[in-house]
Design a protein around this ligand. Structure first.
Ligand code: SME
Length: 151
């Protein structure tokens, strides 16, 4: 069983949407709910695409210096450049990585897409290697797909 319950977070997002919570509030809610899952999830970042740059619009967990990431840079930028989610089991094994802190060991980036248009991404960090199973990925995708509709 995945530790992340995507359906619960989607329900919370839909509820917030019907209460007229704005874009910033929805992004923050998603970050907070994902972070609240706890280990192996340590931090959640919502980067939204503005032209050729990803801009950090909400996060929960550790602070990062990477508030703006050009398309193509790091794991986050690679997701946009390739149009593919990135599931990095061990960040030490890859060269194109922007370290946010020394404790992060793995990272999952799931694109927020409306049709073929990339709106942004959910970036989740973990302090342990290889925690993001296909099931965790699928739960996170539910949240990303809900955001694509609600934002
Ligand atoms: N590690 C990411 C940068 C984002 S921060 O870690 C929150 C990357 O390589 O793109």
């Amino acid at each position: 069983m995945p530790v992340l319950d995507g359906d619960r977070i989607v329900a919370a997002l839909r509820g917030a949407f019907t209460r007229d919570v704005d874009r910033q509030g929805l992004l923050q809610l998603a970050a907070d709910r994902i972070r609240a899952v706890g280990p192996p999830y340590t931090s959640a970042y919502l980067y939204m695409l503005h032209g050729q740059e990803l801009v950090l619009e909400a996060f929960s967990g550790r602070q990062t210096d990477h508030t703006r990431i050009p398309v193509g840079k790091g794991v986050c930028g690679a997701a946009v450049a390739t149009g593919q989610d990135q599931n990095i089991g061990d960040v030490r094994a890859i060269g194109n990585y922007l370290a946010c802190n020394l404790d992060t060991r793995s990272e999952l980036v799931v694109l927020i897409q409306r049709g073929t248009t990339i709106l942004g991404q959910i970036d989740i960090d973990s302090d342990v290697a290889g925690p993001f199973s296909q099931a965790e990925h699928a739960e996170t995708r539910k949240v990303a797909d809900a955001l694509a509709v609600l934002l």
